[in-house]
Design a protein around this ligand. Structure first.
Ligand SMILES: Cc1cc2nc3c(=O)[nH]c(=O)nc-3n(C[C@H](O)[C@H](O)[C@H](O)COP(=O)(O)O)c2cc1C
Ligand SMILES: [Fe+2]
Ligand SMILES: [Fe+2]
Length: 401
C-alpha cells in the first residue's frame, strides 16, 4: 500500500517516516523519529527529486511506482548525496535503467565514492542555474555548497514556484498526517526541533546559508519542500525564512539568560540557582537553567542559538573543565557560535586549568563579549562570595540596558 500525497497538481510527496530511529546520524536523539521527503513530478517527462534512507526503501518504491502510475522515470534529481537521501539511487537505477541522474560534478564524485558501480551512462551533469524542461514544469538548479555538504543543490520549479531546498528548512520529527506546516501546530510541535536540527547540522554554515538565501530574494516562492519534516507555504513559509535569517546570522531570538552548568555534588548548581534568582529579582524573565549532565548536547546547542546571554558554570574535574562542559565548548567552537554575551563561573577544590581551557575555546568564537568577571568558587558558595556574585548579576543585568 502506498502512502503518498499530491501536494499540488501532478507533484507528489513520495517520502515516509521512520519513527523507530532513536538517534539521527546515530547521534542526535529523536523523540518522534524523522521524515524523509522525496517528490515525483508527472509531466511529458517524469522526475523524482531525491530518494530516501534505506530504512524505508520498500514504502518509497511503492510510493514512487504509485505516483508514476505506469510511466517510466526519466530523471532523478540528486539535490543531496548524503546516505539519508541517496540510499535508494541504486535501487532506482535497477528499476529504471534508463533514468538520467541529474547532479553537479561533486554529486557524481560522491556518488562514486559511496556506490562503486559504473553508472556513467546515466549521468546528466549540470551547473549552477542550468534549467531542465519536463514539459509544463521547468526545473532550475542552484548549487548550494556547504548547506551543509559541498555538493548540495536547491531545485526551483518555475511554474509552481516551488523550492526544493535539500536539508535546509528540515526538522527532526516524523510527519503527523499533515504534510504542510500549516496543517499542524508548528510552533508547538516542530519549531524547537527545527532549531535543534538547524543549529547542530547546518549551524556552522551561516555564511553559505546567507548566500543561498540571497539568491532567492528576487524569486517568488510559493512553497518550500525540505528533505525532512513539514513543507512550508503561506504564513509558515514567511515565518521559517525569517527564522533562517536570524539563525544564519547568529542573531539571538530571546533577550534573556541561559544558564548551563555541570555539577557532580550540586554545589555548582547552587551558584547558578542563586545567580538566576538575583537576575529574576532584577526583572529578567524567560531564563532557562540546564544541568548539562541531563541533556544530549544537541538540545543545549539549540538553546544557545536562541538566547542572547549564556552563563557557563563548570566544576574542575581531573584538573580541567568538567567533561560535558568541555564537550559543549568544543561543539560551540566547531559550530561557529557567534554574537553572544557570555559569563563564566568556575568551581574548584584544589586547582587545575579550567579557566585556561575555557578562555582558549572562547577565543575561537567570533563576536563574543565576556560579561562580568569570571566568578571563582572554592567547593561551595559562601557568604564571602556574595559581593562577587552580586557584581556578576549586576553586570549581566546591565548588559541588557
Ligand atoms: C572525580 C573528581 C575529580 C575532581 N578533580 C578535581 C580537580 O582536578 N581539581 C579540583 O580543583 N577539583 C576537582 N574535583 C573537585 C570538584 O571540583 C568539586 O567536587 C567541585 O568543585 C564541587 O562542585 P560540585 O558539587 O558542583 O560538583 C574533582 C571531583 C571529582 C568527583
Ligand atoms: Fe544532509
Ligand atoms: Fe538529511
Amino acid at each position: 500500500m502506498h502512502n503518498t500525497h499530491e501536494i499540488t497538481h501532478n507533484i507528489f510527496w513520495v517520502g515516509g517516516n521512520e519513527r523507530r530511529l532513536s538517534r539521527f546520524e546515530n547521534m542526535f536523539p529523536l523523540n518522534n523519529g524523522i521524515a524523509y521527503n522525496a517528490f515525483v513530478i508527472i509531466d511529458e517527462k517524469t522526475a523524482l527529486l531525491d530518494t530516501v534512507d534505506v530504512s524505508i526503501s520498500d514504502l518509497f518504491l511503492t510510493n514512487v511506482q504509485y505516483a508514476l502510475n505506469g510511466k517510466t522515470l526519466d530523471y532523478l534529481i540528486i539535490n543531496h548525496m548524503e546516505p539519508d537521501h541517496c540510499g535508494n539511487i541504486v535501487t532506482m537505477l535497477r528499476h529504471y535503467p534508463n533514468v538520467k541522474l541529474v547532479g553537479n560534478a561533486k554529486t557524481f564524485q560522491f556518488f562514486e565514492q559511496f556506490y562503486p558501480i559504473d553508472a556513467k551512462a546515466n549521468y546528466m551533469i549540470i551547473k549552477d542555474q542550468d534549467e531542465l524542461s519536463l514539459g509544463k514544469h521547468t526545473l532550475k538548479f542552484f548549487t548550494a555548497p556547504m548547506v551543509h555538504w559541498p555538493e548540495v543543490m536547491f531545485t526551483y520549479e518555475t511554474s509552481e514556484k516551488i523550492l526544493f531546498s535539500a536539508d535546509a528548512f528540515g526538522t527532526f520529527g516524523g510527519l503527523n498526517g499533515g504534510i504542510f506546516a500549516d496543517e499542524c501546530d508548528f510552533n508547538l510541535d516542530y519549531l524547537s526541533e527545527s532549531r535543534r536540527y538547524y543549529s547542530n547540522i547546518v549551524g556552522k554554515f551561516g555564511g553559505p546559508v546567507q548566500s543561498i538565501l540571497s539568491k532567492f530574494n528576487e524569486l517568488e516562492i510559493n512553497m518550500i519542500c525540505p528533505l525532512h519534516g513539514p513543507l512550508y507555504r503561506g504564513a509558515e513559509l514567511a515565518f521559517i525564512i525569517q527564522k533562517y535569517e536570524q539563525w544564519s546570522t547568529y542573531q539571538p531570538e530571546v533577550q534573556s539568560v541561559l544558564l548551563i552548568y555541570g555539577s557532580m555534588y550540586n554545589n555548582t548548581e547552587m551558584v547558578v540557582d542563586v545567580l538566576a534568582n538575583k537576575l529574576a529579582r532584577f526583572g529578567i524573565k524567560n531564563m532557562k537553567i540546564m544541568d548539562i549532565s541531563q541533556y544530549d548536547l544537541s538540545y543545549v546547542i539549540a538553546e544557545i542559538w536562541k538566547y542572547s546571554n549564556i552563563v557557563i558554570a563548570t566544576p574542575t574535574y581531573n584538573a580541567d573543565v568538567f567533561y560535558k562542559n568541555h564537550a559543549l565548548l568544543h561543539e560551540m567552537a566547531a559550530l561557529n557560535v557567534q554574537n553572544r554575551k557570555i559569563s563564566l563561573i568556575f568551581n574548584s577544590s584544589w586547582g587545575g586549568k579550567s579557566q585556561e581551557t575555557v578562555t582558549g575555546y572562547l577565543s575561537k568564537l567570533k563576536n563574543i563579549s565576556l560579561i562580568g568577571e569570571p566568578l571563582l568558587i572554592k567547593s561551595t558558595l559562601k557568604e564571602d562570595n556574595e559581593p562577587a556574585l552580586e557584581a556578576l548579576a549586576t553586570s549581566i543585568f546591565n548588559s541588557f540596558q
